[in-house]
Design a protein around this ligand. Structure first.
Ligand code: PLP
Length: 391
């Protein structure tokens, strides 16, 4: 014991701080999960059914909406919402270029075209000023075809929804909130997913409320949209084997729903842990005197749920990332290529320089580990290493 301790003292000390460690979370809920999955195995009832219905009811109530519809993933939540709103061929949908690919990918998948507006550099969420500017410069054809807007609540903080909703009202746009990273986030006391016509959630394992596989949910207050969503997720059948519309298989399965239901009971305590860790990082970074190099994320809303804690480095982001990796610290770049510069969107006609805030973020941001089980020691180690790199 003593010799190994001494050896450590001589070698470079490396503490492991992964970007996310779901095994720690699993340990705390293992018994509950094994029980409920066992029950489902015994019942051999796997597709939709009572576990999905229970989760739908609970998510609707958690988000403050009338309905919630379980679907196969967050990406499918976006696709099926666009379909339920009747958006498709020849239509245009406004969104941000600084988001996970699925936000804009879903628009293409239904045959519509994305139109981008830049982000606010301080929050990395869509900038209402840019929305106004972009709409003003649309051609008559684009203006007539503009049917929807997808604001993204990036990293777990709500977009500035009030001006987004105003613009949507002025141009008669369907609002689809991409809340994949933001379950439980709030904006002016309203929960993410309850402000637009649709709220899209993902249960991808790395989201704050993750399944043991893929899964997603759409929230809505509209009875009509709820009805459309439920039919569309089952091939558009109404009744069975009679199709007025071509939907798809967008169903959520019982196992994932039951697992997510177990986790939902713990979500607020995990969110509390993430918020506490974000605060701790702020204190440590300021105390380390590196505040000029490490720009902290702006917390504009009262309930940022920190799916990611993302800093912006004024210089040497990539070198820092490598140094942290060598020190046993996991980080990630969300996202290295803004969507207007993706090869598959070349036909949209955008070029480098079109969205400077998004392009800057792609080159300067870095996500640090922030999961709720992280220890103070681990966070101190992360900030020590960042300051060692810059000193
Ligand atoms: C994760 C994510 C999605 C897609 O969710 P999946 O469940 O992985 O399909 C969509 N939008 C954003 C912003 C996301 O972070």
């Amino acid at each position: 014991m003593v010799t190994s301790f001494l050896r450590c003292d001589h070698l470079k000390f490396i503490m492991k701080v992964p970007l996310l460690d779901l095994k720690l979370q699993y340990k705390t809920i293992k018994e509950e999960i094994l029980k409920v999955t066992q029950d489902i195995f015994e019942s051999q009832y796997f597709i939709l059914g009572p576990h999905v219905e229970t989760l739908e009811k609970d998510i609707a109530s958690y988000c403050g909406t009338k309905h919630a519809v379980g679907v196969s993933s967050g990406s499918d939540a976006l696709i099926i919402s666009l379909m339920a709103a009747g958006i498709g061929d020849g239509d245009f949908v406004l969104t941000t270029p600084y988001t996970f690919f699925a936000t804009a990918g879903s628009i293409c998948r239904v045959g519509a075209k994305p139109i981008f507006a830049d982000i606010d550099a301080k929050t990395c969420n869509i900038d209402p000023e840019s929305i106004r500017r972009v709409i003003d410069t649309l051609s008559a054809r684009e203006k007539a075809g503009l049917k929807g807007i997808i604001p993204v609540h990036l990293y777990g903080q709500s977009a500035d929804m009030s001006p987004v909703l105003d613009a949507a009202k002025a141009y008669n746009l369907v609002v689809i909130e991409d809340a994949a990273q933001a379950i439980g986030a709030e904006y002016e006391k309203k929960r993410a997913g309850s402000m637009g016509d649709f709220g899209c959630f993902s249960f991808f394992p790395s989201k704050n409320l993750g399944a043991f596989g893929d899964g997603g949910m759409v929230t809505t207050d509209s009875d009509e949209f709820d009805h459309n969503l439920k039919i569309l997720r089952n091939h558009g059948a109404e009744p069975k084997y009679y199709h007025k519309i071509a939907g798809g298989n967008f169903r959520l399965d019982a196992l994932q729903a039951a697992i997510v239901s177990v986790k939902l009971k713990h979500l607020d305590s995990w969110t509390k842990g993430r918020r506490k860790n974000a605060l701790k990082y702020r204190e440590l970074i300021i105390a380390a005197g590196i505040g000029e190099l490490v720009i902290l994320p702006e917390e504009r809303e009262t309930r940022h749920i920190y799916n990611q804690f993302v800093i912006s480095l004024t210089e040497k982001r990539n070198e820092l990332r490598l140094f942290l990796q060598e020190s046993g610290i996991g980080t990630e770049i969300y996202y290295p290529v803004p969507l207007h510069l993706q090869e598959c969107f070349r036909d949209l006609g955008y070029k480098k320089g079109d969205f400077p805030a998004s392009e800057y973020a792609a080159e300067h941001t870095l996500a640090l580990p922030v999961y709720s089980e992280l220890s103070d020691d681990q966070m101190e180690y992360v900030v020590d290493k960042i300051s060692a790199f810059y000193m």
